[in-house]
Structures are given as C-alpha cells and as structure tokens.
Design a protein around this ligand. Structure first.
Ligand SMILES: [Zn+2]
Length: 92
C-alpha cells in the first residue's frame, strides 16, 4: 500500500493557515476574549478565504482575501486581511 499522493493545493492552504496562526501570536501575544462574553474562548483559525465585493465594485473581479478567527463556543467570527498579514501575495 502506497502513501497518498500529496495535494499541492491543500499543502499551500495548510501553510497559509500555519502562517495566519503565527501572525496572530506575533501580533497579539495575549489571546483575546470573545466579545460575546466567553472569557475562556478557544479560537479556530481558518485558511484564507475570499470575500466577494458587491457587483459594480472596483474590486469586483478580485475580492478581499481574509482569514477567519472563530470562537469555538459561539461561532463569533473575526476577519483579518490576509494581504496585510503577509499571508497572501496581493499580486498572486
Ligand atoms: Zn464566543
């Protein structure tokens, strides 16, 4: 039985998620509390996703790359710009 073939796209997403977590740890040394009142919040960090601008926007064809930080207790979600965080190349 052979090992599964590595998926380059998944490997890239995994690396971007790892970099998002490192960015958060470097930028915010103290983990935040959930604004919805969960002081003992645990957070999940996603790989970058793209928010779609409204039709007619100057960025309609590009979108906004962000990664999400989600409270695992209630689902409250924060979005961080993945370009500013250095995770997504704005020209790539
Ligand atoms: Zn919460």
């Amino acid at each position: 039985m052979s090992d599964p073939v590595p998926d380059p796209a998944q490997a890239r997403l995994d690396e971007q998620r790892r970099r998002a977590i490192a960015y958060l740890r470097d930028t915010f040394p103290t983990p935040p509390t959930c604004p919805m009142g969960h002081e003992e919040a645990a957070w999940d960090v996603t790989e970058p996703v793209q928010l779609s601008p409204m039709a007619g926007s100057l960025l309609a064809s590009r979108g906004y790359p962000v990664f999400q930080v989600v409270c695992t207790r209630c689902g409250y979600t924060m979005f961080f710009n993945a370009v500013i965080a250095g995770i997504v190349d704005p020209l790539g």
